[in-house]
Design a protein around this ligand. Sequence first.
Ligand code: PGA
Length: 256
Amino acid sequence: MKKDRKLVVGNWKMNPGTLEEAKRIYGGIKKKKALFSHTDIVMCPPSIFIAELKKTDRNKDLLLGAQNVFHENIGAFTGEIGPALFRDSGAEYTLVGHSERRLRGESDEDINKKVNSALKEGLKVILCIGEKERDLEGEYLSFIKNQLRVGLDKVNKKILSDVVIAYEPVWAIGKSDSEAMKGKDVHEMAIFIRKTLSEMYSPQEVLEIKILYGGSVSALNAQDIVGEGYVDGLLVGRQSLSAEAFVEIIQIVDNL
Ligand code: PGA
């Protein structure tokens, strides 16, 4: 994927409640795809809907992603779904390390295993990072740095274009649109993330990695966040469950 393309990802979490509703929302977004010239759209529905939604999209207008992935591909792992199964069901991306997974006990080391195994299987990885809270001493910056360093440990430098970083400050997730991070503050974090990455990779390699912002994104703040934040796109939760609201957000990003 070329760096000049933007990326907007919809994370449906454990919604909507039925396949019928999922198809309706997906169809509503897909219908508008032709309006966007330089924005890729990835939808991350509950795993059980991925193959079904894929069947409704023969032109591959939208890309599909998992919300989480296991680090093994096959075997005696009751209840888990590995990268090869997601690939087979039509997913091209996977979120890894979303804060709602970390809250349930995923460590940076667990996340790193998932990152490497998903990449090896050909899935693109959206690695979610973000601090729970801020402190005046700036400890949250070391926290973010560690999430990046451990999360990306041993990643093959030749496939960094398959890696996306989604910066989602946990305190800004699930809030009102005025509580999302302001564009200028997003910019500061994007600089910090790029600086941390540049301690790990060459300048050319860093350019391969897209950076997204997530946390209470809506059509009201998308312009400020992407325009002033200088990020490559957005990770959208609640607002991706309405085709109209999500399409409006993509349109704003695509116009920038
Ligand atoms: P939100 O969720 O947009 O509803 O805040 C974002 C996320 O958790 O990825």
